[in-house]
Structure formats: structure tokens, C-alpha cells
Write a protein that binds this ligand. Structure first.
Ligand code: JHZ
Ligand code: ZN
Length: 396
């Protein structure tokens, strides 16, 4: 772990602390039964804001090799996200990829997005550091390079396959410590007429919608459009388009091209409107309400489980200190998470069909971003009187 004292978007050094979740375990490091008795690694989660460009980033950087070698999250776990990425690929392949062209996805996970490309003439390559995921992707026929993307890897790829017409990086920029190296990689790999498509959660929504549970060690940056335009501008990359996206609590999609003539003015992305003290107060209030509600349910003799074990569940449960006496079980559809336990608070993770057997009175949907999909899958449980709710819907 190291402390970062400069802004990864503008290189400035005026960083101010705006929020802290304290010392926390790694959100996606779901434990095996043997690991339950062993000490767990933790690191602080402290948010810093750059006073020059508005970038928000973690003060402490945990080595990515520790977080990503074996990765539990799988893109294919959501049908909604699978459709979202298929639409992204379809539109941009049609727009930027000529016959026989080349598409590279950074952070390609289990190959879901690249697998959606239907044109047989298009060559594809995924790049992802998790070997368990690269293996899954390869099995479904998506060629995958199991590495961290950066300038060196980009040069190797160009040498082997030629330049990329389309580079896609969704929910991956936030995970990169060295964004200058990422941008040098883009410049090494992108064809002169190609495009880079980036998607990241928008920090504006994180603040406005009190999404503090999206703050964890993997997420080193919490971007605004302004900070990203600043970053790319320093690397002769120009942001051609910014489109809001509803996914992950409110995201932005950027289309980035070669050239320094940034077509977009650097909109200040709500900097003046950032009210961190109200965000701090709302986060504390949410935590208090959650603890009260769960205690009340327990005292009424009602059983409450968790539905979905996203990284966000680990953050919320640990921040609120919710152990098995208040919430004893979580169900999740991801095979690699089942049979494991939540870091820190140790709830067991079971397959979703156990919900129909165990029939808890209620379950908290931890991935609030997937509430619609989960409710439609669990219509039987709901019809039988079960309750599914998100933390934002909780009133005691
Ligand atoms: P979900 C992800 O974070 C991954 P997380 C990553 N860390 C990132 O950067 C951000 O997104 C932006 C389960 N589930 O997508 C599957 C069901 O059980 O909110 C997942 O474990 N049944 C790279 O970890 C979890 O919920 C279902 O029907 O916060 C969702 O995780 C559905 C739809 C999901 O990711
Ligand atoms: Zn900055």
C-alpha cells in the first residue's frame, strides 16, 4: 500500500480530505471457510478532492496485484448489463470498425462484451489481469491477454495485431493507479481514425444519491467529466462526446479520439455544487437507519437476509458493523462467490434458490443498481409475501 499525494488527472498536489469510511477489508476478497479464522488485510478508505481539477480519489493505493489476480465479479452476472454492453459494442463497431478491423477491450472480465460482437470479420482481443476470468473468456472463444493494460502491453499488442480501431474501457479507469501510463497505452495502440470508449460512474451521482457503498479499494478514482477531459487533454487525446448512462447509479460514457483540439469545453461537472458535509451527514444517517431497521426486525422476530453480494455489500456491512445476528445469510447468483463469506462481517453467500427454501421475511437488495432485474427474477418470493428492498427504501 502507498499514499498518493498528487492528482492522477491533472498532476496537481492540492488534495483535500472530503470523506472517510475508515479502515476496511478489500470488498471483493470473499473468504473461503478456511480463511475465516485468519487475519484479513485491511486498508483505509479516505477520499481526497483535487482543488485544481475536481478529481476525487482514494488517498491509499493497494497494489492491484493483490486485488485482481483472482477476481470474483463477473460481468455476465447481470442480464441487464450484458445487454447494455452489447448495445455499446454494436453501435461503436458499426461506427468505427472497418472490414477486418480490430477491437480491444481493457478490463474485459469474462469476455461478455466482446462475445456480443456478431460481425465475423472483426478481430477481437480482451485484456484483463484476472486469470480465472481470462480462462472463462478463452473458453467462450474470446482471445484474452491476462495482463494489466499500459504502454508496454499496448506496444506488444500493436506489434502482434496492428492498431486498434476501437478501444473499449468500461468501469476500468477507476481501477488504474497510473492513468498517464494508460493514456500512453491508448496513444500507442489506437489507430489514427479509431476511438476509445470509456464508461465510468459519475461522482456527481455518487454525492447526490449517497452512493458511499461504491467507495472501495479497487475504485481509486471517482471521476467527473471535467477531470477526465483534463487527463486526456494532457495526452493529446480529445473528448468528442459525453453521454449520461443510467448504469451503476449514474455513469458517463466518453468518446475519445486522437488530437488535442478538445471539442468540448471543460464543463465543471458540478464542482461548485459539491456538498461534502451534507454527503457525510446523509451517509451517517443511512447507516443509523439501517442498523435501527435491522434491530427492529430482529426484535419483531422477523428474519432478514441479503440479496446480492456485490462489493457494495461488503462496504455497507462493514461500515455499519452488521454481523450475522442482524443479517445471517446473503444469496448471490455468481458461482465463484457461492460458498464463500463476506470479508469482515462473515455472512455466508448461498445460491439464490436458497431464498425460496429459507423464506426469510425480507431481503435487502445490496446491488440497488440491479433492483428491477432481481425483483422480476424473484416474483415468486414476492408473491408469497417476501419483501425485497434497497437501503434507500428503508423507513423505520
Ligand atoms: P454489481 C461492479 O461492482 C464491479 P459491484 C466493479 N467493481 C466495478 O467497477 C463496478 O461494478 C462499477 C449479483 N446478482 O454489478 C451478482 C444476483 O445475485 O452491483 C453480483 O455479485 N442476481 C468492477 O461489485 C451482484 O449481484 C441478479 O439477478 O458493486 C451485482 O454486482 C443480479 C442482476 C445480480 O457490482
Ligand atoms: Zn487535479
Amino acid at each position: 500500500m502507498r499514499t498518493r499525494t498528487d492528482c492522477r488527472c491533472c498532476a496537481g498536489t492540492s488534495l483535500t480530505e472530503v470523506f472517510s469510511l475508515g479502515e476496511q477489508p478489500y470488498a471483493n476478497a470473499f473468504l473461503t471457510a478456511e480463511q475465516l479464522t485468519q487475519p484479513e488485510p485491511t486498508a483505509p478508505l479516505v477520499l481526497m478532492e483535487c482543488q485544481d481539477c475536481g478529481q476525487v480519489q482514494l488517498q491509499h493505493v493497494v497494489d492491484g496485484r493483490e486485488l485482481y489476480r483472482n477476481y470474483s465479479f463477473q460481468t455476465s452476472s447481470s442480464e441487464f448489463m450484458t445487454r447494455h454492453f452489447a448495445a455499446l459494442m454494436a453501435g461503436n463497431v458499426a461506427r468505427y470498425v472497418p472490414r477486418g478491423g480490430f477491437v480491444v477491450e481493457v478490463g474485459s472480465n469474462d469476455g461478455t462484451a466482446l462475445d456480443s460482437i456478431t460481425r465475423p470479420d472483426v478481430r477481437r482481443l480482451g485484456i484483463d489481469p484476472a486469470d480465472n476470468l481470462a480462462e472463462i473468456a478463452e473458453q467462450r472463444g474470446v482471445p484474452t491477454l491476462c495482463r494489466f493494460f499500459g504502454e508496454d502491453v499496448a506496444r506488444e499488442v500493436v506489434e502482434q495485431h496492428g492498431p486498434a480501431d476501437l478501444l473499449v474501457a468500461c468501469n476500468v479507469l477507476g481501477h488504474c493507479d497510473d492513468l498517464d501510463d494508460f493514456c500512453r497505452g491508448v496513444n500507442a495502440l489506437l489507430s489514427p481514425t479509431g476511438a476509445l470508449i470509456v464508461e465510468v460512474p459519475d461522482v456527481r451521482h455518487l454525492i447526490e444519491r449517497t452512493e458511499f457503498d461504491t467507495i472501495y479499494h479497487e475504485h481509486l478514482s471517482y471521476f467527473s467529466a471535467h477531470a477526465l477531459v483534463t487527463l486526456f487533454g494532457r495526452h493529446a487525446l480529445s473528448v468528442e462526446r459525453i453521454e449520461p448512462q443510467g448504469v451503476h447509479g449514474g455513469s458517463i460514457r466518453l468518446t475519445v479520439r486522437r488530437g488535442s483540439g478538445t471539442a468540448l469545453c471543460r464543463d465543471s461537472a458540478g464542482r461548485a455544487a459539491r456538498d461534502w458535509s451534507a454527503f457525510n451527514a446523509r451517509s451517517l444517517d443511512l447507516r443509523t437507519r439501517l442498523i435501527h431497521w435491522l434491530t427492529e426486525q430482529r426484535d419483531l422476530g422477523r428474519v432478514v437476509w441479503g440479496y446480492g453480494a456485490p462489493a457494495k455489500a461488503t462496504v455497507l456491512l462493514n461500515y455499519a458493523g452488521i454481523t450475522n445476528d442482524l443479517l445471517p445469510v446473503i444469496v448471490d447468483s455468481t458461482p465463484t462467490k457461492q460458498g464463500r463469506f463476506v470479508p469482515g462481517t462473515h455472512q455466508p453467500i448461498l445460491a439464490p434458490d436458497r431464498l425460496r427454501v429459507g423464506k426469510p421475511d425480507a431481503a435487502i437488495i445490496f446491488p440497488w443498481n440491479h433492483a428491477t432485474e432481481i425483483r422480476s427474477k424473484e416474483s415468486e418470493y414476492l408473491a408469497a409475501g417476501g419483501q425485497l428492498l434497497t437501503i434507500h427504501e428503508m423507513h423505520s
